[in-house]
Design a protein around this ligand. Structure first.
Ligand SMILES: [Ca+2]
Ligand SMILES: [Ca+2]
Ligand SMILES: [Ca+2]
Length: 395
């Protein structure tokens, strides 16, 4: 039996370039690239039209035998071909959890260089490995994305299928509710915006377009799409300037500018004395862009002593406590392009989360998204594993 290794398999190029029979695993892509061309194309699966492009990627969650058809619709050289794809259960059971971290690029922040910990001499490859060790499988160690724009990109060991009408994956953060006003869901909500990508060029790398999952705040008038921030590395020779509260040790620590012409600073606070600028980065500045949600923090005390960060309704990471699975789960069908138009993806290979607010809350510091686990909701959890992580609550 010849098993195609899914995406990376060389498609034999004989005549049409498509075989009579394929064997693939479920949740793996089968790229079909016909060698012949014509005016129009039509692909079908078990008689139903599925695509009208020349190339087509077959992908399904369900094992079984599928009859595929390919037509070249052309007045001079019409062509019809039928072939079979047998979809098998994987040899080694898929993990429902994160398998790879492809990118870890936090913005500066009070937990950066600590979650995960930077050690002198660490390169980007080292910190990437630490981020992967933190959040893959059920390791459940929280990583921080720093201030606005900081991001992580991760993958599973298979393609997450976009099941119609269902949420497809879940992400765990460390949000919690405060208890003074049960009627409003707030506390520590540090919403992270999720984007997803289908590995359409089948190279295993996150170099294809990413599409934002439009959460409940996507269309709010105050939400800024395509917002950009640039943070500058602090000058190590400068004298820190504390404020009067005793909590801020350097008001003008990390200079930043944004795409709206604002120039300001990320202060340093007394609770986090390490460097906030990613120490494995050589560049003098770091830029991030993406959707920026409206500020969600309210200083209930009026004196800076009690901030409540209110949760958006749905569609963000680290926004509601982990006890609410639905509010931490995501539907690939929420994907939109850069103009806000719906994009229907058959599945996704990469998930990116970025800190979605540019906000500073006095002694609480800047708002930063944290996460520690993700799960494909369409893969059974091995019975040997605990269903929920055991987490300590900190920012
Ligand atoms: Ca779905
Ligand atoms: Ca790719
Ligand atoms: Ca958090």
């Amino acid at each position: 039996m010849l098993l195609s290794a899914g995406c990376t398999a060389d498609v034999p190029m004989v005549n049409l370039g498509i075989d009579d029979t394929y064997y693939i695993y479920r949740m793996q892509k089968l790229p079909l690239r016909p060698a012949l061309s014509g005016a129009e194309y039509r692909w079908s699966v078990d008689g139903d039209s599925v695509a009208s492009t020349r190339d087509y990627i077959f992908l399904t969650a369900d094992e079984g035998s599928y009859r595929l058809g390919f037509d070249i619709i052309d007045p001079r050289t019409p062509y019809h071909f039928e072939f079979t794809v047998n979809v098998l259960h994987e040899d080694v059971e898929y993990s429902p959890y994160i398998a790879r971290v492809h990118e870890y690029c936090p913005a500066p922040g009070q937990f950066v260089n600590e979650m995960p910990p930077y050690e002198p001499g660490d390169t980007y490859a080292d910190i990437l490995r630490k981020a992967e060790e933190s959040i893959s499988g059920t390791n459940d160690v929280m990583i921080s994305l720093g201030g606005f724009g900081g991001y992580v990109t991760f993958a599973f060991d298979h393609t997450v299928i976009n099941t119609p009408g269902e949420r497809d994956f879940r992400i765990w953060g460390n949000a919690f509710y405060e208890l003074t006003d049960p009627s409003r869901k707030g506390g520590s909500a540090e919403p992270g915006v999720v984007s997803v990508s289908f590995d359409a060029n089948c190279n295993g790398l996150p170099d294809d377009p990413f599409y934002e999952l439009a959460g409940s705040a996507y269309h709010m008038p105050e939400t800024r799409h395509g917002y950009r921030m640039t943070y500058r590395r602090p000058d190590p020779a400068r004298d820190p300037e504390p404020d009067n509260s005793g909590f801020i040790t350097d008001l003008y620590y990390i200079p930043w500018t944004d795409s709206e012409g604002v120039e300001s600073f990320m202060p340093k606070n007394s609770f986090h004395g390490q460097e906030y600028f990613p120490q494995w980065v050589d560049a003098g500045q770091l830029s991030f862009s993406g959707t920026c949600l409206p500020p969600n923090a309210v200083d209930l005390s009026g004196t800076g002593s009690y901030y409540v960060l209110y949760a958006y309704d749905w569609g963000y990471v680290d926004n509601h406590p982990n006890d609410f699975p639905d509010l931490n789960s995501f539907d690939i069908s929420w994907a939109v392009d850069s103009l806000g138009r719906r994009v229907m993806l058959p599945g996704i290979d990469f998930v990116r989360v970025h800190t979605g607010v540019n906000q500073y809350c006095g002694w609480l510091g800047e708002t930063s998204t944290e996460l520690c686990r993700a799960q494909d909701l369409h893969i059974a959890i091995p019975s040997s594993l605990p269903p929920e992580p055991i987490l300590s609550i900190n920012n």
